[in-house]
Design a protein around this ligand. Structure first.
Ligand code: KIV
Ligand code: ZN
Length: 385
């Protein structure tokens, strides 16, 4: 089994979600939960971006033990020095330097030629290596860049000493197989057996960040960059809980595992949602309210007979209460009988049939039916045999 490292960037890319600003105490609380979860690397912030970010990275570096603590830095000495200073107290520290690979970024944003980017990347990676032997290199917007330049840039980064090369699909443009092919070429021809980790960093603009990240794992990546609940710039980043549970549930396919304590996933999701003020959509995989709820009669009947009929993982495994049966107009007789039995009511088939007809009428009018509605239904004076 290959070990896939989980690089959590909730506190850096995740905090770039529109409208989100976490204070020190909140960031520290999230960092402690990430350590409990067992992530391998915490990207704690972008040290030069503000004095607040600097202090917060420093406190996380002092107080959070276990994961490698990382700060982002652009390709300039001031950024790298600031990152190194903030990370100084950490047991294990990483400096993550980044530039861009696409023509549009180089020409319109950075105003540099490809040769200048190559030189600067080599020079700044070597500069960062003075402060730590763990230096990650990223080039933004790989999926809209010229692949030949991408390969040349990452080859230069490896020669300069980068220990992890991260391949960002910054604007969520890639198709899964296309991204997988780029990762495969980087793995086979650029890294070519050297001791350098390949990392994936995807955004969800077309709803495919998880698919791309997993395509990267299939093609040689051993690190996934992701955030809790998939929060981040625009449509967000790869969702940590999704990739972790996909790898866990389909070990047979990915032949890989993470070190995440999956039982802490739900708690991490609730915490991040509460502190960022970003609700989780009900149908969100793994952590949404409906992710382990069954409503239709056929599904409820199946799950009551054997839960594996409609469940590919246990709710308990991700730290949630057991799967729930939602009572509504699609519910069947078996689930209705079970719901009444859970409330302490045991009835004959005849009485169940009569009550069930009234339950269906009520569900048509009301939508979801709760325990109190069931009690009222049973205890109302309407005559049933
Ligand atoms: O999306 C991106 O390209 C980034 C880089 C800084 C890694 O967040
Ligand atoms: Zn990003």
């Amino acid at each position: 089994m290959r070990h896939i490292k989980i690089f959590d960037t909730t506190l850096r890319d995740g905090e770039q979600s529109p409208g989100v600003a976490l204070n020190h105490a909140q960031k520290l609380e999230i960092a402690h939960q990430l350590a409990r979860l067992g992530v391998d690397i915490i990207e704690a912030g972008f040290a030069i971006s503000s004095p607040g970010d600097f202090e917060c990275i420093q406190r996380i570096a002092q107080e959070v033990h276990g994961p490698v603590i990382c700060s982002l830095a652009r390709l300039n000495k001031a950024d790298i020095e600031r990152a190194a200073m903030a990370l100084e107290p950490a047991e294990k520290r990483r400096i993550h330097v980044f530039t861009s690979a696409s023509k549009i970024h180089l020409e319109k944003m950075l105003k540099k030629t490809p040769e200048q980017i190559l030189d600067l990347s080599r020079e700044m990676i070597q500069f960062a290596l003075q402060f730590t032997d763990d230096v990650e290199f990223s080039a933004q917007d790989v999926m809209r860049a010229d692949p030949e330049f991408v390969f040349q840039l990452y080859a230069a980064a490896i020669e300069a000493g980068a220990t992890t090369i991260n391949i960002p699909d910054t604007v969520g443009y890639g198709a899964p197989n296309e991204y997988g092919r780029i990762i495969r070429t980087i793995h086979d021809d650029v890294v070519a057996g050297r001791n350098v980790a390949i990392s994936t960093h995807c955004h969800d603009d077309l709803g495919m960040a998880t698919a791309l990240s997993l395509a990267a794992v299939e093609n040689g990546a051993t690190q996934i960059e992701c955030t809790i609940n998939g929060i981040g710039e625009r449509a967000g980043n790869t969702s940590l809980e999704e990739v972790v549970m996909a790898i866990h549930t389909r070990k047979d396919w990915y032949h890989a595992e993470t070190r995440i304590n999956t039982r802490e996933l739900y708690r991490a999701s609730r915490l991040v949602s509460r502190l960022t003020g970003m609700p989780v959509q009900p149908n969100k995989a793994i952590v949404g309210d409906n992710a382990f709820a069954h409503e239709s009669g056929i599904h409820q009947d199946g799950v009551l007979k054997h839960k594996d009929t409609y469940e590919i993982m246990n709710a308990e495994l991700v730290g949630r209460e057991a799967a729930v049966m939602v009572m509504g107009k699609h519910s069947g007789r078996a689930a209705f009988r079970k719901a009444l039995s859970d409330l302490g009511y045991e009835f004959s088939d005849e009485k169940i049939n009569a009550l069930f007809a009234r339950f269906k009428d009520l569900a048509d009018r009301k939508g979801q039916i709760y325990a109190d509605d069931l009690r009222a239904l049973v205890e109302s004076r309407t005559d049933v045999p």
